[in-house]
Design a protein around this ligand. Structure first.
Ligand code: ATP
Ligand code: MG
Length: 243
């Protein structure tokens, strides 16, 4: 089991890909309602960490807990049903579809008999409308996603995760591909909406300054190992370490 007050716990997790150690004895406790940034160089295991937590990839050793529920070997859909959502490094939006269609596709695809997360179509549409106003998409609903800026596309991708009403959101580089001056707007929107809806957010972010500014704690991964797990007020320590 994880730490008593942790919403999510990763315990002594290892993941190997052939001779590569992608995660090397990783132990982390995530606190409910907080934002945690995962930072580290390319290939340090950041995406693999999100993959093993959400069960897209099975760990070779170690445990993952949501409260007292062990997630190892659960089906991905059962992890989603527990309220754990994720986004991908490359946005999974449909460029030919409008903003509204994208949000509905994401939500409706979960409405079938086995995967029903909403109970009814009405509840599904209500949730989509709620997400539209949280993200301020009201004036863009009829635009094809191809006409959105890169920042708006990334936000649409995150908004699609919100339609499933997760309690915990794991975001793989929500600002990648967005130009530097727009990155702040994207992060700010995600953090604002996350706070308003009481989410626990775990996000991979390459921009260290933004990661430190917008998160409550920072995990620095290198070669699959946790090199630093620092609170926001220890940010000098993190910045020095990264140099
Ligand atoms: N499916 C896979 N098959 C083989 N090797 C993999 C696979 N997934 C990840 N790896 C390897 O595991 C290591 C960690 O990869 P991971 O994608 O987790 O890194 P990352 O920190 O997300 O990198 P980036 O910043 O480039 O996204 C890398 O050496 C990568 O090549
Ligand atoms: Mg990655």
């Amino acid at each position: 089991m994880g730490a008593p007050n942790a919403i999510l716990s990763v315990r002594n997790v290892y993941k190997y890909f052939g001779g590569v150690v992608a995660l090397d004895n990783v132990t982390i406790d995530f606190t409910a309602g907080e934002t945690t940034a995962i930072i580290g160089p390319n290939g340090s295991g950041k995406t693999t960490l999100i993959n093993v937590i959400t069960q897209w990839v099975k760990p070779d050793a170690g445990e993952i807990y949501h409260g007292s529920t062990r997630l190892n070997n659960m089906r991905i859909i059962d992890v989603v049903k527990l309220g754990i959502g994720r986004s991908f490094q490359i946005p999974r939006i449909f460029k030919e579809l409008t903003v509204m269609e994208n949000l509905l596709v994401g939500a409706i695809s979960r409405l079938n008999k086995n995967y029903n997360l909403f109970g009814s179509e009405t509840a599904c549409v209500r949730k989509v409308n709620e997400v539209v106003s949280l993200f301020g998409f009201e004036n863009k609903l009829d635009l094809p996603a191809s006409q959105l800026s890169q920042g708006e596309r990334k936000l649409l991708d995150v908004a699609m995760c919100f339609t499933l009403d997760p309690k915990i959101l794991l975001l793989d580089e929500p600002t990648s591909g967005v130009d530097t001056k727009r990155k702040r707007e994207v992060i700010e929107t995600i953090i604002k909406v996350g706070h308003e809806t009481g989410k626990t957010i775990i996000m991979i972010e390459h921009d260290i300054e933004l990661a430190v500014e917008y998160s409550d704690s920072i995990i620095f991964l290198k070669d699959g190992k946790v090199i630093q797990n620092a609170r926001k007020d220890e940010k000098e320590k993190v910045l020095k370490l990264i140099g």
